[in-house]
Design a protein around this ligand. Structure first.
Ligand code: SF4
Ligand code: SF4
Length: 625
């Protein structure tokens, strides 16, 4: 620390006040943009869980590193250096007033702290140079147009680190010059940050803290119009920017433009128009331009791009700053279907749902015939343990008869008490994902009415979409009734673990049918894996059945969608850049000839990719003693 003249103290005071005032004025405008948003309840519940996530994702940078190990580690080093420098900077700001607090607090141990800060100053410099190299030189990894802003911020951080090191150790410049250079950069930093994507330094920790834990955790729309006093309170999704709730506004502003979401979006990877990073950036642009009356569809996301979304949630799952893409996608879909009534991609799906209550326009008699043919027992209130929910594909697609047969046979062999409902409507999952909230709420109400009437306590189903919907989206229709929902792979894994199902060592060779020991691959369904975290059970079953599992690229939480989400499985596949075709290429690259799925829709989309396709139930049944 050098001796400060009175002039220096006054100059520093003026600069400090000016910097703080400029920051507050600028920040206030952005705060106003955020707080002008519609209410978004439930963002402060379960504070303990939110603090835990904050520690994991912000302080320990787990997601940042996990998503991109090399760039993420470099970013984490910069972040840790910033935290340490917050101590040094606050003490430096006290120096002109004789209020440097670090020496007073740390005393003789200050030297140790300074060594640590110096180590991080060096690491931070190297990390910034590494990130800049990746951004500006390694075009393959970072092909987007280069921003001068990023270059300027990188340069300023490097100068900050070097002036700190020089001030304390190398002394190439005078202490006074170093100090002023260092401090002036710090004073200008908040303003530069606030007007660039680097505002994520302030907003990302808040967005992470406020994020909902579950993917696509979209609150139900209030469709009780009669109970609404003021017409303006009727919100049918995101028609215009005015309807954007405050957390989504914060998300738009918090985006760091890393494009991890786009890199992981199956539609973008397949070469389609949809690019999640682009619609987040477009939302930010519209907010900052004050385009409150502009329509969301058209300004933030195009109809075409919206129609390409499979709701796989690879985007939200990978975002390191807690941005919830689902809130925009769901809101735009609600508006498209309910308020605007235009542009939906699944018109045939809705027609079929309206006419027959299932996506295939099938007769309910087909389901009854299947139940009779396979001698599936009916659910008896009070005496049956599990409700076996067949779902639309199992009920109406004859290609799935062997899968239903295998599931029923396994449950009978294991002595599980189970039965099906006499009538079963669609769960409404795809209606909701397509924005048809009215249809969803009607179906959910009817189904839950049956669950309550029958006193259902446990449901098992082979459809991950139904699992997700029953577990998370039916709660408000079930009064206080609690229902445990299992995917059939979870139930089979439990039955194998507790010895109710015993699997035998299989003969080798693919020519022995599903019972032969095979080299096979498994496709993680988005709604079972990424949404529900069920990765290990299907794999454990495959191994217990004696098969060798060859993982496809992009597996587990990074799995690539089959293209069937958001009713995509009901659309006629066309065009060159198709999500299912891209996934088929991944599966073919495993060099195996057998595909195992645990979702009827994935199976519909991917059947025929390899020589044979089995549901996990068929694999288990073939290995049962
Ligand atoms: S939304 Fe998230 S993942 Fe996508 S570019 Fe922005 S910060 Fe990155
Ligand atoms: S949900 Fe899936 S398909 Fe839709 S934008 Fe996100 S990554 Fe792309």
């Amino acid at each position: 620390m050098h001796d400060f003249t009175s002039f220096e103290t006054i100059l520093f005071s003026v600069l400090l006040i000016a910097a703080v005032a400029a920051f507050i004025i600028s920040a206030a405008r952005q705060v106003r943009i955020i707080t002008a948003g519609r209410p978004d309840p439930g963002r402060f519940d379960d504070i303990g869980r939110r603090i835990g996530r904050f520690v994991r994702e912000v302080l320990a940078q787990v997601r940042v590193i996990g998503g991109r190990p090399v760039a993420g580690t470099l970013h984490a080093l910069v972040f840790f250096a910033f935290l340490l420098f917050a101590l040094e900077t606050s003490s430096m700001f006290g120096e002109p007033f004789g209020l440097a607090w670090l020496p007073a607090v740390f005393g003789s141990t200050l030297g140790v702290l300074r060594v640590i800060v110096h180590v991080f100053a060096v690491l931070c410099t190297l990390a910034i140079l590494g990130l800049a190299f990746r951004r500006f030189v390694l075009v393959r990894y970072s092909p987007d147009p280069k921003s001068y802003e990023s270059g300027l911020v990188a340069l300023l951080i490097v100068v900050l680190m070097l002036t700190y090191i020089d001030l304390n150790t190398t002394h190439l410049l005078s202490a006074r010059l170093n100090w002023w250079l260092h401090v002036v950069i710090i004073l200008s930093f908040p303003l530069i940050i606030l007007h660039s994507k680097h505002r994520h330094i302030f907003l990302a920790p808040i967005a992470v803290f406020l994020r909902r834990d579950r993917l696509w955790d979209v609150p139900p729309l209030n469709l009780d119009f009669e109970a609404v006093e003021d017409e303006d309170e009727i919100i049918l999704g995101l028609e215009t920017m005015t309807a954007v709730p405050w957390k989504l506004r914060l998300d738009f502003l918090a985006c760091v433009e890393c494009k991890r979401c786009t890199d992981n979006c199956p539609a973008a990877q397949a070469g389609q128009e949809l690019r999640p990073a682009d619609f987040i950036k477009a939302g930010q642009k519209a907010l900052l331009a004050g385009s409150e009356e502009e329509p969301v569809i058209g300004t933030v996301i195009s109809e075409t791009a919206l129609g390409q979304c499979t709701t796989c949630m690879a985007c939200e799952n990978i975002c390191p700053v807690g941005i919830e893409h689902s809130q925009l996608l769901a809101g735009a879909k609600f508006a498209q279907t309910l308020a605007l009534g235009t542009g939906g991609v699944a018109t045939e799906f809705f027609k079929a749902m309206n006419n027959t209550g299932n996506p295939f326009s099938a007769s309910p008699q087909d389901r009854s015939d299947l139940i009779a043919a396979l001698e599936i027992p009916y659910y008896e209130s009070g005496s049956t343990d599990y409700l076996l929910w067949l779902g639309c594909v199992w009920s109406y697609n004859p290609d799935f008869r062997s899968t239903v047969e295998a599931t029923v046979a396994l449950m009978k062999k294991a002595g599980v008490s189970f039965g099906v409902l006499r009538t079963e409507g669609c769960s409404g999952h795809h209606s909701r994902r397509q924005g048809e909230e009215m249809q969803f709420q009607m179906l959910a109400g009817e189904n839950c009415g049956q669950f309550i009437e029958q006193g259902v306590k446990r449901i098992v189903t082979g459809c991950p979409h139904c699992v997700n919907t029953f577990r998370h989206e039916y709660a408000s229709f079930l009064a206080d009734q609690e229902i445990a929902v299992l995917h059939h792979s979870e139930l089979f894994a439990r039955l194998v673990d507790d010895g109710s199902l015993r699997l035998k060592a299989p003969p080798s060779g693919n020519d022995s049918g599903a019972a032969g020991s095979r080299r096979l691959t498994y496709h993680d369904p988005c709604y079972l894996g990424r949404y529900e975290g069920v990765f290990s059970q299907p794999r454990a079953l495959i191994r217990a059945a004696g098969h060798t599992l060859v993982e496809a690229q992009q597996n587990r939480a990074r799995s690539y969608c089959c293209g069937g989400g958001a009713a995509g499985f009901t659309l006629e596949a066309e065009g060159e850049n198709r999500v299912d075709q891209e996934r088929k290429r991944h599966l073919e690259a495993t060099g195996t000839d057998t595909l195992v799925t645990s979702c009827p829709e994935c199976r519909m989309m991917l059947a025929g990719t390899l020589e044979e396709t089995f549901d996990i139930a068929e694999i288990v049944l073939a290995a049962v003693e």
